[in-house]
Write a protein that binds this ligand. Structure first.
Ligand code: NAD
Length: 499
């Protein structure tokens, strides 16, 4: 009998009103990990109502007190890091070392946001009039709805939950349908840390109807969404119609530029890690290598050689380099792009097929795939594949490489390998992605800097860390205090002050 998990609404663990559940499976083995509520609009409504009731008290709880609970939660995540990491590998598939990193990111974000409890800077500026005080503070929004993907099932929710809580919002969270058990285990930690009932509510289930109901609910003031461009765009359009704030963190088509003067061994390590880590299922994964002529052939051969040696398998085994894809649809999609690449005339160097040998047959495996001779305009070079598929593109020089890098409808992460400091700085200036790495791969952001992208990757907000995350979850309120005891008119009475 599979273990059954529940929604968390108003401080209680409850089944969906319909009683329906859905299954979560291990993508490496097919094993059943658990069953979770298949929530519908009425479950979401109950959660939103609980969050709305909890809001008044939570927003008036001093931020340093809110931060104490956040700190306790982050500490509990740290204590349970190993168990959560192992569960993460079982439910989502990434290899254990990366799963532990996913969990660690939540510890980092929790600690960072706990610090914000005693900072939460506003603005204090001079007034143009005498005996007048001018300042601005941050107000919480109210009930916020967060909708998250499966690829970082602990880290990405932590980027949203911790800042939303420290700034005084209450929340309803709809996690991805592929990772509901992890969501339950994460929320249990907040309960144990002493978060009052109703402040954080969890409803598991499918995008439609559960996620959709959250977007539609009139009491939800913000939708903070991380996921695919397709769904993100639909949500943005609906939120515009409803007059609702929306923060989007969407897909990527990230490139590593390798110039003739680069340290090729260093670049190779960065490429293999960025392209095939998490089986290419990171929004920041490198799916393009843009290389200049003198090193093209040597680099392409080395990439293919290393990719062919990567060992597919269950992420809990120490011998595994690359875990499974999340589900069968993902395998089908990645393979479809292999067919597209072949059809477009790109040269397949390695991979291009499912992994089915031995135990792999029970899971959703795809062999690390490398295409060479890819043209920047090909679909292989333009569209997000979200799997272990890498396209090598030749560029004439650094200017051409940066132009190719910037020519896709995504703008999340980019990297350049060069030993020339002038070229590195030119790239820092001219690359138009939200994140740029010099002599490192496209993955590995840290919570104290903003995370997000340009063009189709988002809508201008930054989550994941750094001070800008607070802007997503707060409303600015400017306050003027006139203690002159008389009418003072801004912009009008100022002239009389100049003698
Ligand atoms: P997805 O868009 O399919 O699903 C994301 C979430 O949206 C899930 O919880 C899903 O249930 C929900 N959803 C689906 N339809 C909905 C609807 N109509 N209304 C409301 N909610 C709905 O994405 P995914 O496959 O889970 O995740 C992979 C994508 O996420 C990739 O494109 C990846 O690049 C992106 N991603 C981006 C970042 C970032 O920070 N930029 C981080 C991680 C992942």
């Amino acid at each position: 009998m599979a273990q059954e998990y529940f929604n968390y609404i108003d401080g209680k663990w409850v089944a969906a009103a319909s009683g329906k559940t859905f299954a979560s499976h291990n993508p490496a083995t097919g094993e059943l990990v658990g069953r979770a509520p298949e929530s519908e609009a009425q479950d979401v409504a109950r959660a939103v109502e609980a969050a709305a009731r909890a809001f008044e008290k939570w927003r008036k709880t001093p931020a340093p007190r809110r931060a104490e609970i956040i700190h306790a939660a982050a500490d509990l995540v740290r204590t349970r890091k190993q168990a959560l990491g192992e569960l993460l590998t079982r439910e989502m598939g990434k290899v254990l070392s990366e799963a532990l990193g996913d969990v660690q990111e939540a510890v980092d974000m929790g600690m960072y946001m706990a610090g914000e409890g005693r900072r939460l800077n506003g603005l204090l500026v001079p007034s143009e009039l005498p005996n007048k005080w001018a300042m601005a503070v941050r107000d919480p929004l109210g009930v916020v709805g967060i909708i998250t993907p499966w690829n970082f099932p602990i880290a990405v929710p932590s980027w949203k939950i911790f800042p939303a809580l420290v700034t005084g919002n209450t929340l309803v969270w709809k996690p991805a349908e592929d990772t509901p058990v992890l969501a339950v285990e994460f929320v249990k930690i907040f309960e144990e840390a002493g978060l009052p009932p109703g402040v954080l509510n969890l409803v598991t289930g499918y995008g439609v109807p559960a996620g959709e109901a959250l977007v539609e609910h009139p009491q939800v003031k913000l939708i903070s969404f991380t996921g695919s461009n397709e769904i993100g765009k639909t949500i943005a359009i609906r939120c515009a119609q409803l007059g609702k704030r929306v923060s989007l963190e969407l897909g990527g088509k990230n490139a590593i530029i390798v110039l003739d003067d680069a340290d090729l061994d260093l670049a190779l390590d960065g490429i293999i890690w960025s392209a095939f880590g998490t089986s290419g299922q990171r929004c920041t994964a490198a799916s393009r290598v843009i290389v200049t002529p003198n090193v093209h052939t040597k680099l392409a051969e080395s990439i293919a050689d290393r990719a062919a040696k990567l060992r597919l398998g269950n992420g809990l085994l120490p011998t595994t380099d690359v875990g499974p894809l999340i589900n069968q649809d993902a395998v089908t999609k990645v393979h479809h792009y292999t067919d597209i690449g072949r059809g477009e005339g790109a040269a397949l160097l390695v991979g291009g097929e499912r992994g089915t040998e031995g135990d792999l047959a029970h899971g959703h495996f795809y062999k690390p795939t490398v295409f060479d001779r890819v043209l920047p305009t090909m679909r292989l070079a333009q569209e997000e594949i979200f799997g272990p598929s890498l396209a090598i593109i030749r560029a004439r020089d650094i200017d051409d490489a940066i132009r190719i890098n910037n020519s896709v409808n995504f703008g999340l992460s980019a990297s350049i390998y060069t030993s020339n400091v002038n070229k590195a700085f030119a790239a820092m200036r001219d690359v138009t992605t939200g994140i740029v790495y010099i002599n490192a791969g496209t993955i590995g952001s840290e919570v104290q800097l903003p995370f997000g992208g340009t063009r189709g990757t988002g809508n201008g907000h930054r989550e994941g860390g750094g001070p800008p995350v607070l802007d997503v979850f707060t409303e600015w309120k400017s306050i003027y205090v006139d203690y002159s005891g008389r009418l003072q008119r801004a912009q009008i009475d100022t002239d009389s002050l100049v003698q």
